[in-house]
Ligand binder design. Structure first.
Ligand code: GDP
Ligand code: IMO
Ligand code: MG
Length: 428
C-alpha cells in the first residue's frame, strides 16, 4: 500500500487525529493541506493526551516527516506556540517540519475582521467560527490584493512597504465598523512578523517539490484532513462551513500532489453526529439523549471548549460526504459512547413538506426545513471499551456498524471503542 487520505465525513471532530496517528506505522510523511489552527486533533498515547492544531499529527511519531502545505493558513505565533508546547511535552521536532512558502499568513487584523462579523448586531450573520482568523485570511487569499504568503516575509523591505498599505486600508475599514477598534501600527506588525519569519525559516520550503521528491524516493504519504467534508466551502452546508475545501477535494489544490497518487481513501465518522457552531443539523438531539452523548463522549470543542451539539447518525449527510470525498473505507469512531442506550436512531432520509429527500439541499431555507426519517436499531448495554476483536462486540453493536457501512455503501475497516490507540478494532 502506498499513500492514504484521512478525511472527516461529518462536521468535524470525527477523531481523525486518532486515525492519522494509528496509520503513521504504515506511512513516512503526514501532509496537512487546508485549514489552520481552527483544527483540534487529539491523540492519546499511554494516558498522555496531545492536542494538535496546525502541526500535522505525525509529529508525535519519531521519524515521520510533517508538511504544512500551501492550502493551509498559518498564524505564525500560534504555530510557534504549538511547536514550543510539543517540545515541552518531549516531542523532538528536529528537521521534520516542512512549511510551504506559498501558504497564506494570518495577520492580527484578520482576527479583528472576524470579530466584526461574529459580534455584529445581527445574529443571523454569526457563523459560530473558531475565531482563529481563518475566514478573513482565505478571503484575502482569494481577493489577491491583500494576501500575504510565507515567501513574502523573506523580502523585508517589500513586505514592510506593502503591509503599510494593507494596514492603512484595514485600519480605515475596521475603524468605521468596530466601535472599540484600536488601529494597528504597520511598522510594529511588520517587525513582529519578520521576527516570526526568522524563527520559522529552517522549516520553510517549496513543499510541493519536497513532497514529489519524497514520492519518487518511495515514501508513503498520509494526507490529514482538518474539519469535515460537510464543512467544505463548496460541498458543505454553506454558509455554515469553513473557508477551505475540507473534503478530499482540497488535497490536490492544497498540497500540489495530484490525487492519482492516493491509494487508500479513508472516511472517518463518529457513530453519531456532532457539530460546533451554527448551521443546520437535522438529527440534533437538544434533549436528554444529546446531553448524555455530550457527557459520555466528552463532546466539548478541542479548540474553543464550546459544548458540541450532539445527535443521531445522519446517513443523508454522511453519504453526500462519502461521495464528495471518494471514501472507499470507513472508520467508525466513538462506538463506545452509545453503550447503554436502549435503542439507536439513524436518519436514512429527510422529509420536507411531505416529500422524501435523499440528498443534501443546496439552499439553507430548504435544508432547515428537512426533518429526519429515522430507522431504529436495537442498542446494547455492555461497555465495549476493552473489546479488541470484531467478534467480541455485542451482536447489536456489530449490526449497527454494519448498517452504517451498508447505508453508505462503503466497507468498514476500522472501529474505535476508546480514545487510546490500542482501543481500536481493525477489520481489514
Ligand atoms: P478530530 O478533530 O477529528 O481529530 O477529533 P477531536 O480530537 O476534536 O475529537 C475526538 C475526541 O474523541 C477526542 O477527544 C479523542 O480523544 C476522542 N476519541 C477518539 N476516538 C474515540 C473513541 O473511540 N471513543 C471515545 N470515547 N473517544 C474517542
Ligand atoms: P477539526 O479538524 C469542528 C467549525 C466552526 C464553525 C465553522 C467555521 O478539529 O475537525 P472557522 O473557524 O473554520 O471559520 O469556523 O467550522 N469548525 C470546526 N468544527 N472541528 C473542526 O476542526 C472545525 N474547524 C472549524 O465551529 O462552525
Ligand atoms: Mg477536532
Amino acid at each position: 500500500m502506498g499513500s492514504t487520505c484521512v478525511v472527516g465525513l461529518q462536521w468535524g471532530d470525527e477523531a481523525k487525529g486518532k486515525i492519522v496517528d494509528l496509520l503513521c506505522d504504515q506511512h513516512d510523511v503526514v501532509v496537512r493541506y487546508q485549514g489552520g489552527a481552527n483544527a483540534g486533533h487529539t491523540v492519546v498515547h499511554d494516558g498522555v493526551t496531545y492536542k494538535l492544531s496546525l502541526v500535522p499529527t505525525g509529529i508525535l511519531r519519531p521519524g515521520i516527516e510533517c508538511v504544512i502545505g500551501n492550502g493551509v493558513v498559518i498564524h505564525p505565533p500560534a504555530l510557534l506556540k504549538e511547536l514550543a508546547t510539543l517540545e515541552s511535552q518531549g516531542v523532538d521536532i528536529g528537521g521534520r517540519m516542512h512549511i510551504s512558502d506559498r501558504a497564506h499568513v494570518i495577520l492580527p487584523y484578520h482576527l479583528e475582521e472576524e470579530r466584526l462579523t461574529e459580534e455584529s448586531a445581527d445574529a443571523a450573520d454569526h457563523i459560530g467560527t473558531t475565531r482563529r482568523g481563518i475566514g478573513p485570511c482565505y478571503r484575502d487569499k482569494v481577493g489577491r490584493v491583500h494576501g500575504v504568503r510565507v515567501a513574502d516575509l523573506y523580502h523585508p523591505s517589500v513586505f514592510r512597504e506593502r503591509l503599510t498599505r494593507i494596514v492603512d486600508y484595514k485600519n480605515r475599514l475596521l475603524d468605521a465598523m468596530l466601535p472599540d477598534f484600536k488601529p494597528f501600527d504597520a511598522a510594529v506588525v511588520a517587525e513582529e512578523y519578520l521576527e516570526y519569519a526568522e524563527r520559522l525559516r529552517p522549516y520553510v520550503c517549496d513543499t510541493s517539490v519536497w513532497v514529489h521528491r519524497a514520492v519518487e524516493q518511495g515514501r508513503r504519504l498520509l494526507f490529514e484532513g482538518a474539519q469535515g467534508s460537510l464543512l467544505d466551502v463548496d460541498h458543505g452546508s454553506y454558509p455554515y462551513v469553513t473557508s477551505s475545501n475540507s473534503s478530499a477535494a482540497g488535497i490536490a489544490a492544497g498540497s500540489g500532489v495530484p490525487t492519482r497518487r492516493i491509494d487508500r481513501w479513508i472516511g472517518v465518522v463518529k457513530a453519531y453526529t456532532t457539530r460546533v457552531g451554527g448551521g443546520p443539523f437535522p438529527t440534533e438531539q437538544d434533549n436528554a439523549i444529546g446531553e448524555r452523548i455530550r457527557q459520555v463522549g466528552r463532546e466539548y470543542g478541542t479548540v474553543t471548549g464550546r459544548p458540541r451539539r450532539c445527535g443521531w447518525f445522519d446517513v443523508v449527510a454522511a453519504r453526500h460526504a462519502t461521495r464528495i470525498s471518494g471514501s472507499t473505507e470507513l472508520a467508525v469512531m466513538l462506538l463506545d459512547v452509545l453503550s447503554g442506550l436502549e435503542e439507536l436512531k439513524v436518519a436514512v432520509a429527510y422529509e420536507r413538506d411531505g416529500r422524501r429527500v435523499d440528498d443534501l439541499p443546496a439552499s439553507l431555507c430548504d435544508f432547515e426545513r428537512c426533518r429526519p426519517v429515522y430507522e431504529t436499531l436495537p442498542g446494547w448495554s455492555e461497555p465495549i471499551t476493552e473489546v479488541s476483536r470484531w467478534n467480541d462486540l455485542p451482536a447489536a453493536a456489530r449490526e449497527y456498524v454494519a448498517f452504517l457501512g451498508r447505508q453508505l455503501g462503503v466497507t468498514v475497516g476500522i472501529v474505535s471503542v476508546g480514545p487510546d490507540r490500542r482501543q481500536t478494532i481493525l477489520l481489514t
